[in-house]
Ligand binder design. Sequence first.
Ligand code: F6P
Length: 342
Amino acid sequence: MKIGLLTGGGDSPATNAAIRAVVKRAERDGHEIIGIKKGWAGVINKEAEKLTRDNVSGIINKGGTILGTSRTNPFKMDNGIELAIDGVKSLGIDAICAIGGDDTLGVAHKLNNLENPIHAVGIPQTIDNDIAGTDYAIGFDSALAIATDAIDKLHTTAESHRRVMIVEVMGRDAGHIALEAGLAGGADVILVPDEDFDVKEVGERIKKRTDRGKTFSIVVVAEGAKPIGVEDQVVKSGKKDMFGHVMLGGIGEYLNKELADLTHLETRVTNLGHLQRGGAPTPFDRLVATRFGLRIVEMINEGKWDYMVCLKGGKVTEIPLEDALKTKPVDLDLLELSKVFY
Ligand code: F6P
């Protein structure tokens, strides 16, 4: 088969490890891999080139994606579907393997369900780790390591200056990075989109710490977290991408001001931003990405179209793509447990 391989949405470390595994395994099984450039945009623009074992040699430790990425949604473009169908035909592709988050995988699902289906399978990849039906999405562990390291570093300066340090992390509508990095880094307050917070209560918690003789506090807040009673998340701009997402960001600044007023302590804010998506992948990420890449070729061999490879209880398996297309919230029990440390 001639398989089109693409990466869409926000990039993440270990995507290249998955690409490498897909190409090497597919070549061994007699398939040809066409690397499609810049996500679904490359299908529409017919921008692609053949990938071989040699092209993907030495990329397991490289961040980003050698294929490039975009947030292009053919289903939201004039004639987008016709253009995508035409792109697939012109490139002579028999099936598509899409690596990305729920947006990218959503397009793969829709293509499988056209009147004349385009066969597609998916690999979950997003630092947000918010894809339903899988315990893990490629990139999360690397982002977690970066966020945890940042919290460690903020501790020392917070202690020296006796400040409240607020650190804003990514994650869109779920707080996986905030919760796990917050726990791993020993944060004093963790705020996630999965549970609205009372800013006065956060101020009280920090004051209680001061009363107990603690001279500093670390607050980790997910970009999508919001105070109780406030309808909208804090956004950088009202502009939406082709999947209807606004650019989140700024809740850290809000807390910086509010907590300074409420606690009369000195506060500072750090927004980790795209640093969380950069650099070399962790060994865990490389391993899962490699296992996903190897298994997806088996799924293609078996004709398991409209499925996504996933990790469940440490085992690599698969689920229908349809079941993956909703946000996976954080484990609320773990969130509750994290309050033991407040
Ligand atoms: O989905 C991954 C993610 O990093 C989110 O956590 C974040 O909200 C978004 O992408 C940022 O997207 P962009 O790189 O387009 O600003």
